[in-house]
Ligand binder design. Structure first.
Ligand code: PEP
Length: 244
């Protein structure tokens, strides 16, 4: 089954207006490849989305790193899905482990955020992954996190990113065999939830870099990567794109 391949950059809380240079370099790299594969999505801080969206004929797609569960209202400091769409982004990351960890985001809250994002026609990149202490119960943890998916979600507006929390920013990754097996069990869980489970792209995230990308991205059950630290360096990120 052919699935869409994605390479997604999560810039986290990094990026000033001068990062337009990096955005343009990534776009230049894609143009030079003369291919529309993979789909490259940059998720910069909210403050940069509009600046990047104004770049004409860009091959890079844009996403946000989070969106509030409500459409609008008295929620000081928050950004809604409607605003993100209005800025020119097509995607939004929901449920990143840093949001779960530092902002206590629950499965129910994440479910609400996904619902609102879909209402505003944003495609959702749902992050799931276990803590180091949960490795033994990984399948149960992932199954619970996947409960935030809406009833029978559409494969066209959901991307799953499996990101073991202990692999994020640590230089550690599960073995290739483990990654392949975990992705396969995620797909089995999805099978019980949606009609087109075979078509949902499941990406790997957690310390992907130019050295390990080739092997990880060539795994049968891996449909791309969500990249944090390495997405802020063109030398690293362009290689990851080339391997996907
Ligand atoms: C992330 O936080 O989504 C991530 C994948 O980070 P890193 O690549 O830096 O581990």
């Amino acid at each position: 089954m052919k699935r869409v391949n994605y390479v997604i950059a999560n810039w986290k809380m990094n990026g000033l207006r001068s990062h337009r240079k990096l955005y343009n370099s990534i776009n230049k790299h894609l143009v030079s490849k003369k291919s529309n594969k993979p789909n490259v999505i940059i998720c910069p801080p909210h403050t940069l989305i509009h600046t990047f969206a104004l770049e004409k004929k860009s091959k890079v797609k844009l996403g946000a790193q989070d969106a509030h569960q409500h459409n609008s209202g008295a929620f000081t400091g928050c950004i809604s899905s409607e605003m993100i769409k209005d800025l020119g982004a097509e995607y939004v990351i929901i449920g990143h482990s840093e949001r779960r960890q530092y902002f206590n985001e629950s499965t129910q809250l994440i479910a609400d955020k996904i619902k609102t994002a879909h209402k505003h026609n944003l495609k959702v990149i749902l992050c799931i992954g276990e803590l180091k202490s949960e490795i033994k119960n990984r399948k149960k943890v992932l199954r619970n996190q996947l409960k935030s998916l809406p009833v029978n979600p559409n494969h066209k507006n959901i991307i799953i990113a499996y990101e073991p929390v202990w692999a994020i920013g640590t230089g550690l990754t599960p073995s290739l065999l483990e990654i392949n097996e975990i992705h396969s069990s995620i797909r089995s869980i999805l099978k019980s939830k949606l009609d087109f489970s075979k078509k949902v792209s499941i990406l790997y995230g957690g310390s992907v870099n130019r050295k390990n990308a080739k092997e990880i991205l060539s795994l049968e059950n891996v449909d791309g990567a969500l990249v944090g630290g390495a997405s802020l360096k063109i030398s690293e990120f362009s290689k990851i794109i080339d391997y996907s």
